[in-house]
Unconditional design. Structure first.
Length: 215
């Protein structure tokens, strides 16, 4: 049976607005625009039957998924596997400051993100394994269902590499998806996938926000 996964990157967060590297910090919520973006994503999915709603337990992703849940009278199931990368010492720092603070590690992030390791944090390679495990666990648990997943930019980016057959060495050429964009992919019971559609934003109608160029 085919299982449909619908990923929503969280709406604009306070850290996005302030151009900070959030990582797994949970002190930053959604901005008013972020809530509006999340509501727009929820409404864009209103005609699609959804069986389950899962989200990273970090506020910005969970609250984004809750907009979908509230429209349907459903609950959000938290799953730490869909968290953003643990950024270690980078968490909460401004993007403009990171090249001076951590020139070697953040330099790799900017030039070859697939090889990057956040200072005292998680590597992108480990993140990809973590998120892939979470995706495959979700497919096995909810076979044949349609699942909305609230998550973050880097988890979607590492999964995009998998879906498009791109090695992590080529991840630097894979663009970030915008806030509250919608990404869909279909999985079969053997965990093969097809019909990946990445980063749809037509529902945002002028509210689109994205990460800056220096991240």
């Amino acid at each position: 049976m085919a299982t449909t996964l619908i990923f929503i990157r969280h709406g604009e967060s306070e850290a996005n607005y302030e151009h900070r590297f959030t990582g797994q910090s949970n002190v930053f919520g959604l901005t008013a625009r972020g809530h509006a973006q999340a509501q727009a994503a929820a409404e864009a999915l209103s005609d699609i039957p959804v069986d389950v709603i899962v989200a990273s337990d970090l506020r910005r992703a969970y609250d984004t998924a809750k907009h979908v849940a509230d429209l349907r009278g459903m609950d959000v199931i938290p799953d730490e596997g869909f968290r953003e990368i643990f950024a270690g010492k980078w968490e909460g720092e401004r993007f403009d400051d990171l090249p001076a603070l951590y020139p070697d590690d953040f330099g790799v992030w900017l030039s070859d993100i697939g090889s990057a390791v956040c200072t005292d944090g998680e590597s992108v390679a480990d993140l990809q394994v973590r998120v892939r495990v979470a995706v495959e666990r979700t497919v096995r648990r909810y076979q044949g269902k349609t699942v909305v997943i609230g998550t973050h930019a880097t988890p979607i980016r590492v999964m995009q590499c998998i879906w498009q057959g791109i090695p992590l060495s080529g991840m630097k050429d894979v663009p970030w998806v915008p806030n509250a964009s919608i990404t869909t992919v279909t999985y079969e019971d053997d965990l093969s996938w097809h019909d990946a559609v990445i980063g749809r934003t037509e529902h945002l109608a002028g509210m689109e926000t994205a990460l800056p160029k220096n991240v």
